[in-house]
Design a protein around this ligand. Structure first.
Ligand code: ZN
Length: 305
């Protein structure tokens, strides 16, 4: 059989050859493109790594870069946490920043003894020992043991009770800066989140002291949580308040965590090595419009539950 004056097999063979050479050309183009892209990616990763390390070195050497644009000078700072070990595991860089300032008095209010496994007394003692390492004096620490505030992942603490306790401490200690968890509580532990909503309640009811500024520790996604030094540029872009530790600060945090002997299991040791909260804290000022929105959403969620 003839096609265009040539046998059909010869005709198809020519097309087949053409198709093969076309495929070969495209395969080569794709390979070149991927090689180029990979080279660019490696170069970018190297440049980003170098930039992060230089930035970190500058921050550690030049303290002015570490801090904040909008934190007013603080003289009396209160950290409100839910359990013994929250102070070291999450707030360490911020606590060290304030305890290293001789003009600043630092107070800690822990709303439970962490008695989840009947270890309340032990954990309370461990908290005091850890705070000693961090520079918080014994007389500046209060640990609550309230039946309505149990240490339990899935228990939302009553906002009114937490608000009342926090309000009492703010007033009696003359606090000008309050620092606590944000609405996601770093790990979405409901005890942590409860503190945010209680303080939001105080704020909307105008029960916070006039001169008291409130900051919350930003919860970050799981990738950033373990990105350590690589998260620094992102912090500078997204957060206005940041506290970054140097090597000696991190040694102190490690020592403080070793005081929590009952909690110092293998996965917490790993956490200390890899967690970004040991290197960087970023804070946000509590904003009135955000608070109202959060309380509205919270009401809807409670209604759904
Ligand atoms: Zn906790």
């Amino acid at each position: 059989m003839l096609l265009g004056g040539r046998p059909l097999a010869e005709h198809l063979g020519a097309h087949w050859q053409l198709a093969l050479s076309w495929c070969g050309t495209w395969r080569q183009r794709v390979r070149d493109y991927l090689t180029d892209a990979l080279e660019h990616l490696v170069l970018f990763a190297l440049a980003y790594t170098v930039a992060c390390l230089i930035l970190y070195a500058l921050i550690v050497r030049w303290r002015a870069l570490r801090f904040r644009r909008d934190v007013r000078p603080s003289r009396r700072v209160l950290f409100v946490i839910a359990h013994p070990d929250d102070e070291t595991m999450f707030f360490g860089p911020t606590i060290l920043r304030f305890t290293q300032d001789p003009a600043c008095s630092v107070y800690l209010l822990c709303l439970s003894t962490g008695a989840n496994y009947g270890m309340g007394k032990v954990r309370k003692k461990e908290l005091y020992d850890a705070c000693k390492v961090l520079g918080i004096r014994d007389e500046c620490i209060t640990v609550q043991s309230h039946t309505k505030l149990p240490d339990a992942m899935d228990t939302r603490w009553p906002a009114e009770i937490v608000a009342q306790i926090v309000s009492h401490h703010l007033q009696s200690l003359g606090i000008d800066t309050l620092i606590t968890f944000d609405k996601h509580g770093v790990s979405r532990h409901l005890n942590h989140c409860s503190i945010y909503y209680a303080i939001a309640l105080l704020s909307t009811a105008n029960k916070l002291p006039k001169d008291c500024q409130v900051y919350v520790l930003e919860t970050i996604n799981v990738i950033r949580k373990y990105w350590k030094v690589f998260d620094i540029p992102i912090c500078y872009i997204l957060s206005s308040v940041r506290f970054i530790t140097n090597a000696s600060d991190r040694r102190l945090l490690y020592k403080a965590m070793t005081q929590h002997k009952s909690q110092f299991v293998w996965f917490r040791r790993l956490y200390l090595v890899f967690s970004r909260y040991q290197l960087i804290n970023t804070l946000q000022r509590m904003d009135a419009s955000d608070i109202q929105l959060d309380l509205d959403v919270d009401d809807i969620q409670l209604a759904d539950d």
